[in-house]
Each structure stands twice: as structure tokens, then as C-alpha cells.
Design a protein around this ligand. Structure first.
Ligand code: CP
Ligand code: NVA
Length: 309
């Protein structure tokens, strides 16, 4: 046993480089055991509460299945089925839920909502996506990169499209793990450093031309043009983002062995061409599967602290 675990995982920078290294090791160990059908149940009698204020497939399934595989259980709370929908203050919900469960995962709108919850929670709180960040996604994506290519330090990630919650989280990760992000967004959708939670542009560079951003990249990644909560802007965004579609000519700018990632769900023919997401450089299904393994390591760490294998 060593240092006490962090209380919460509200944004990517809540974890240090050392903790990330530990989590990647644990992810590999937990995944390998799981693939050998060996039971590993450090969270017996522990419960995860999942609060969803937005839709989900991967996050819901990976957390619920992950808790079950670790020997615990998960309960799903959709906003509409709870007293949140009738105006119960988030602070009161946090006080109550955290007296009954061992860890909480929340998917919500503004980051301030999850911060208010965490402030009043007795147990660790995990960000399952907010308007600003999606730290569990990048934990899985980085593990996926490491699995396929080894260390990401010094490598170049090309982010094509919206400077959204997933982009912001890549930028935080780049600062911690010392890699570079080439960001290309349409005019008006550029990175906002304060919103991204970074303090300088040491680990990213902005490109007006997405082809330029992809040049020499080790990894090309994108996401939907319109994130959940921004649906009213959909038509305007479709016009603005039309040239930010990752297609084969764009992938050809990257290194020949560059990977393609997308957090999913994807819109083929909008942010990514079908022959890219379904092509040989794409690792999107590994990314999705690794949500399960990386989050099991995260849950173990937040609930049990560091453990010896
Ligand atoms: N990538 C991701 O978080 O997917 P879901 O919205 O399906 O959870
Ligand atoms: N940026 C997307 C990610 C979905 C997993 C959204 O927030 O809707």
C-alpha cells in the first residue's frame, strides 16, 4: 500500500503521471485475468451509483458490467426517475446517495454540477462525461494507444473537429504525459484554454487546415460535430464543419502506421468517412472495449487504493 487514493476523478488532471502509469499496469493485469476467465472480485459488497442526465451506451454498460465483474453491483439512476427532476438540490442528492453507496459515477451537463456533487459526497465521484470533459474516455483511449504502439510520450495526436469535452480532455492528458496535440477546428470553434483546464499552449498547436494538422501524426482522432446538450446548433454546425471530415486523403497525411480513434457514437459521412472508421487503421472497437478494463482499474483504485497484484 502507498499514498491514499484521490477522492474523485472529475477531470483528467486529477490523476498524476505516476498514477496513470499505475492505472495502465492495473488495466493490463485486470484485462489479462479477465481474458483467462479468472475471477477477480475486490469490490464484493460494494455498490456504484450511476447518475445519468444524458444518454449513454458505452459508459452505462462498461460501468455496470465492470462493477459486476469486480464482485460488486451498480444501480442506474436516470434523472427523470429521480427527485432531481422535481428540483431536489444536487448537494442533498450527493449527501444522501453517498451514505448508501461506495462510489458514484455521474454524466451531466456543466462541470460545476459534478463539482457541487463531489463537494458534498462522502465517497469518490467519477465524471462519466460533462459538457467540458470526458476523462474516462481518454483513460481508455490512452491505454488503447499504449496497447497498440507503446508509450505516447513525444508522439503527435491530431484532433480534427469540435474543441469539445473529448478534445479538452486530450489536451489535459498531453500536458501530463508530455505528447503533442495538433488541433484543427472550424473558425469560431477553437480551443478555449480556461474551459479546457489548461494554462498554456505548450502541448498543442492550432491549424486552420485539417490536412496540415494530420501531417506526420501518430494518431488521428475526431468526435461528433454536435455534442449532447448542443442539439439546437446542429444545422449551423453541419455547415461549419463540412470540411472537417476525416477521410482517406486526410489519413494519408499522417504516418503510415497512424491509428484512428473515435469515442463513439459516430456519424459515418459527417465527422468520419466509413472507409476510415471501418478501415485497417481504426481501433475504435478496442477503445470501446477498453472502457471496461480501464474503468475497472479506476474503480479499484478509487475504492481500494493501490493494491499489489
Ligand atoms: N463514448 C461514450 O462515452 O459513449 P456513450 O455515450 O455511449 O456512453
Ligand atoms: N462529445 C460527445 C461525446 C459522446 C460520448 C458528447 O458530449 O455528446
Amino acid at each position: 500500500m502507498s499514498a491514499a487514493p484521490p477522492s474523485h476523478f472529475l477531470q483528467f488532471k486529477d490523476l498524476s503521471r505516476d498514477e496513470l502509469g499505475y492505472l495502465f499496469e492495473r488495466t493490463r493485469w485486470i484485462k489479462d485475468r479477465f481474458k483467462r476467465y479468472e475471477l477477480y472480485q475486490p469490490l464484493r459488497d460494494r455498490t456504484l451509483a450511476m447518475v445519468f442526465e444524458k444518454a449513454s451506451t458505452r459508459t452505462r454498460v462498461s460501468f455496470e458490467v465492470g462493477m459486476s465483474q469486480l464482485g460488486g453491483s451498480a444501480i442506474n439512476l436516470n434523472r427523470g426517475d429521480t427527485q432531481l427532476s422535481r428540483g431536489e438540490p444536487i448537494e442533498d442528492v450527493a449527501r444522501v446517495i453517498s451514505r448508501m453507496v461506495d462510489v458514484v459515477m455521474i454524466r451531466t451537463f456543466e462541470q460545476t454540477i459534478i463539482e457541487r456533487f463531489a463537494e458534498h459526497s462522502r465517497v469518490p465521484v467519477i465524471n462519466g462525461l460533462t459538457n467540458e470533459y470526458h476523462p474516462c474516455q481518454i483513460l481508455a483511449d490512452l491505454y488503447t494507444y499504449v496497447e497498440h504502439r507503446g508509450r505516447i510520450k513525444g508522439k503527435t495526436v491530431a484532433w480534427i473537429g469540435d474543441s469539445n469535452n473529448v478534445c479538452n480532455t486530450w489536451l489535459q492528458a498531453a500536458t501530463i504525459l508530455d505528447f503533442n496535440v495538433h488541433v484543427s477546428t472550424p473558425p469560431g470553434y477553437e480551443v478555449e484554454q480556461e474551459r479546457a483546464g489548461i494554462y498554456n499552449s505548450d502541448h498543442y498547436e492550432s491549424f486552420a487546415d485539417p490536412m496540415e494538422a494530420c501531417r506526420g501524426a501518430d494518431l488521428v482522432t475526431t468526435d461528433v460535430w454536435t455534442s449532447m446538450g448542443f442539439e439546437a446548433e446542429n444545422e449551423e454546425r453541419k455547415r461549419a464543419f463540412a470540411d472537417w471530415l476525416v477521410d482517406a486523403p486526410m489519413m494519408e497525411q499522417a504516418k503510415p502506421d497512424a491509428l484512428f480513434m473515435h469515442c463513439l457514437p459516430a456519424h459515418r459521412g459527417e465527422e468520419v468517412a466509413a472507409d476510415v472508421i471501418d478501415g485497417p487503421q481504426s481501433v475504435v472497437w478496442d477503445e470501446a472495449e477498453n472502457r471496461l478494463h480501464a474503468q475497472k482499474a479506476l474503480l479499484e483504485y478509487l475504492v481500494c487504493g493501490r493494491v499489489d497484484s
